[in-house]
Design a protein around this ligand. Structure first.
Ligand SMILES: [Zn+2]
Length: 340
């Protein structure tokens, strides 16, 4: 069989991992585990391609989907499997395996894989049919998503460390081709646990340098004078505003983006930009709109066009000058040229 194996999640451009973390980091664990799974599948006589999202490239987790799906759906695969770890409240533990509900092959794989992983000592939460996860619903081959254990549970994480990558890989690989594994043969593959977390409330800062779009479901987004929800509100951004993220700041209140000359916004209300970005200005009223548009275009290296209805948000992310679409913000972007 030809099998696509994918590692869930990625490391975004700013360094944030989109995965869960606890005693073990989900992405880091699965990235290390994946080559063992591929090797076990090959030892069983199957072909396996491994897909891991590029690191420090995407600005948003949704780009993981657009990266992986065409590769899986155009690759002529019989099966695909994505590696994940669970996290909940620190107490929940065990393994579970998802499949497309109604798919009898998927159900059989998930049941066998669950038993295989449980044979390593993890609680068997079982095979779970779903029609929710994109790696299950939008993939052509028979699709499996495995949550091997809870990475925020101490017992599960200690067990995963002592089991090692090799046995976990066997449990998953054997399950994927509907073979049972008793958890006995094989061994090795030392797990690197996550370094202990610093208990630090002062923000950790990293550089950014890219655009995102605010996404507030019609509401406005507050721009604050400091990192955290207690920061004074300096201004607001309309839904769909394009903002330039200068740096990223994390503390216990979450991840915040610094917008140059304006303040901080919470990253939960921002999404990545995937379409090409252009500057559109409204002509007619005066020539200031064109002047500002030209300044933004030059400063940010984006093409500038007069608004004539031929360029729409269907094909472009548009930064408007004039026309009431957050003029204050476009002026602030233009002002970067003079203030820095
Ligand atoms: Zn996950």
């Amino acid at each position: 069989m030809k099998i696509a194996l994918t590692v869930g999640h990625s490391i975004l451009k700013g360094g944030q991992r989109t995965s869960a973390s606890g005693y073990i980091n989900e992405y880091r664990y699965n990235k290390a585990l994946a080559p063992y799974v591929k090797e076990e599948l090959e030892l069983l006589g199957h072909k396996c391609d491994l897909f891991i999202c590029p690191e420090y490239t995407f600005t948003n987790a949704s780009q993981e989907r657009t990266y992986k799906l065409p590769k899986i759906n155009n690759g002529g695969y019989d099966r695909c499997c994505e590696l994940h770890l669970n996290a909940f409240n620190g107490t929940a533990k065990g393994e579970e395996v998802y499949y497309y509900s109604g798919d009898s092959t998927g159900g059989s794989i998930a049941t066998i894989m669950s038993k295989n992983i449980a044979s390593l000592g993890f609680d068997n939460r079982g095979a779970k049919g779903t029609r929710n996860l994109y790696m299950i619903t939008q993939t052509k081959p028979t699709a499996i998503l495995v949550e091997a254990f809870f990475c925020d549970n101490k017992k599960d994480s200690d067990l995963a460390n002592s089991v090692g990558y090799r046995k976990m890989a066997k449990a998953i690989a054997y399950g994927l081709v509907q073979k049972t594994y008793d958890g006995k043969s094989g061994g090795g593959g030392v797990v690197n646990p996550e370094p202990p977390k610093e208990n630090n409330t002062s923000p950790q800062t990293s550089n950014a340098g890219y655009y995102v779009k605010t996404s507030t479901k019609g509401d406005v987004l507050n721009v604050r004078d400091s990192v955290g929800n207690n920061g004074k509100i300096m201004s607001t951004l309309q839904d769909g505003s394009i903002i330039y993220v200068e740096s990223i700041h994390k503390n216990t209140s979450g991840t915040w983006y610094k917008i140059r000359n304006r303040g901080y916004v919470h990253s939960n209300y921002c999404v990545g930009i995937s379409k090409p970005m252009i500057v559109l200005y409204q002509s007619g009223a005066n020539d200031y709109n064109k002047k500002i548009a030209d300044i933004i275009g030059e400063r940010h290296n984006k093409p500038v066009y007069v608004e004539d209805k031929t360029k729409t948000s269907k094909d472009y992310e548009i930064m408007y000058v004039g026309g009431g679409k957050d003029r204050y913000h476009t002026a602030a972007i233009a002002a970067d040229k003079y203030l820095n």
